[in-house]
Design a protein around this ligand. Structure first.
Ligand SMILES: NC(=O)c1ccc[n+]([C@@H]2O[C@H](COP(=O)([O-])OP(=O)(O)OC[C@H]3O[C@@H](n4cnc5c(N)ncnc54)[C@H](OP(=O)(O)O)[C@@H]3O)[C@@H](O)[C@H]2O)c1
Length: 129
């Protein structure tokens, strides 16, 4: 319990997926022992037809959604995909079984990293500053 108390009671929920860089937040979280919760992990659905992610998904006989989730789990993030159908919820849950290798991660690194989809008008801060 002391370990849990020390490391995991200050989660920060941020948008995080393969086309958004969150290096600064991840570094800060690692330094401070803070847990990151990744919202919109599928890029709000925009990533579900991404060709690079599809190649990785094919290699693992998985779906793009599972690849997005697996990467975040490997980075020790909590991941909260939203899915309506039971089958998709189960599919997303099963992403825990996928282990991405260095080549997969390098391919994901080549994707653009500036796609922030959740920018509520009026209340959006200047992100990462
Ligand atoms: N803290 C915040 O400010 C904040 C901001 C935004 C979102 N969030 C939270 O983050 C969670 C997820 O974010 P999000 O809804 O923006 O985006 P998301 O989880 O990245 O994407 C959701 C979309 O992906 C689809 N989807 C999910 N699993 C799928 C699968 N296995 N195969 C194909 N399509 C799949 C969903 O379709 P269906 O629904 O049709 O299944 C939905 O259209 C939500 O619970 C939300 O409350 C928090």
């Amino acid at each position: 319990m002391p370990e849990i108390h020390r490391y995991y009671l200050s989660p920060s929920q941020i948008e995080y997926h393969p086309t958004l860089d969150q290096t600064k937040m991840l570094d800060f979280a690692r330094k401070t022992g803070m847990l990151i919760t990744a919202y919109s992990p599928l890029g709000h659905w925009h990533l579900l037809s991404n060709e690079t992610l599809q190649k990785i998904a094919d290699k693992h006989s998985a779906s793009i959604a599972q690849i997005c989730i697996a990467r975040l789990l490997q980075q020790r993030c909590v991941v909260i995909p939203k899915a309506s159908a039971r089958e998709r919820i189960q599919e997303n849950f099963n992403a825990q079984k996928i282990v991405l290798d260095v080549e997969d991660l390098k391919m994901i690194d080549t994707l653009p990293k500036s796609h922030r989809y959740v920018t509520p008008p009026l209340i959006s801060p200047k992100w990462n500053e």
